[in-house]
Design a protein around this ligand. Structure first.
Ligand SMILES: CC(C)(COP(=O)(O)OP(=O)(O)OC[C@H]1O[C@@H](n2cnc3c(N)ncnc32)[C@H](O)[C@@H]1OP(=O)(O)O)[C@@H](O)C(=O)NCCC(=O)NCCS
Length: 218
């Protein structure tokens, strides 16, 4: 069973990463395909992400999932809040009965350096030391893991928000932190304080965020 990573965050919130080594039939035996996905690997990723929802919470009601106009999947009665990500041969999901959640996984590649100016503000680029890159010649001191994690963190916040239309540079702020294999750091979404939790694996970067649904968000 290629469970790559699992974390029970608290009694109500769990996350897992799956390394996809199975064929489509393994997942489609339990997971309904809600929409047509023509690309076979994308279909496999989608099924693996959905598979994790019931893996984490066995009673997860697949048939009640609705897709919002922003493409965010959700349950109308909010019995569970959940977020899904996939990249390469990995799928990840976070599910909670109490918390609003967002998750993202990324395989670090140098491509992220080409888009730092699109998702980091000038201040963030300076704070994290990845501004004025002579792309192709110079990597930031932390290599590509650090910028990948920053990208992944903003994607996780985008999914946590779930309402689309987010200017990553202006609306999401990440505060400086010391990069470790596993940790957390402060961030904000339009002044609303958030804590990003992250983990760096050999070839994979994970970021997630969870806040109580009783907290009022903007
Ligand atoms: C939606 C988005 C976050 C998906 O990220 P991705 O890296 O392409 O793909 P991931 O595998 O990590 O995530 C895909 C999953 O996110 C979920 N998702 C899709 N849209 C979502 C939304 N608006 N809110 C929350 N979750 C969403 C879905 O579960 C989807 O998987 P599924 O279709 O199999 O269920 C991304 O495409 C996006 O739009 N990002 C914002 C881009 C942006 O505004 N950039 C500006 C700065 S460059």
């Amino acid at each position: 069973m290629p469970l790559f990573y699992q974390q029970n965050i608290n009694a109500n919130t769990r996350l897992a990463i799956w390394k996809i080594e199975e064929t489509e039939e393994f997942f489609s035996g339990t997971v309904p395909l809600q929409r047509e996905i023509t690309h076979p690997h994308k279909r496999l990723q989608h099924l693996a992400g959905r598979y994790l929802l019931r893996f984490l919470f066995p009673g997860f009601p697949y048939h009640e999932i609705i897709i919002a106009s922003t493409r965010k999947p959700f349950l109308p009665d909010e019995q569970f809040h959940f977020s899904i990500s996939h990249c390469g041969d990995y799928a990840a999901a976070i599910v909670s009965s109490t918390d609003r959640v967002g998750i993202d996984i990324e395989i670090p590649t140098a491509k992220v350096l080409r888009i730092v100016h699109k998702f980091l503000s000038k201040q963030e680029q300076e704070a994290f030391g990845i501004n004025h890159l002579d792309l192709g010649h110079q990597l930031p001191a932390s290599g590509i893991q650090h910028p990948t994690l920053l990208w992944s963190s903003k994607e996780a916040i985008f999914k946590w928000w779930g309402n689309g239309e987010v200017d990553f540079r202006e609306m999401i702020r990440l505060e400086k932190f010391v990069l470790e294999a596993k940790g957390s750091f402060n961030a904000s979404f339009q002044e609303y304080p958030l804590q990003i939790e992250y983990g760096l694996f050999d070839r994979l970067c994970l970021a997630w965020v969870a806040t109580s649904t009783t907290d009022e968000v903007i």
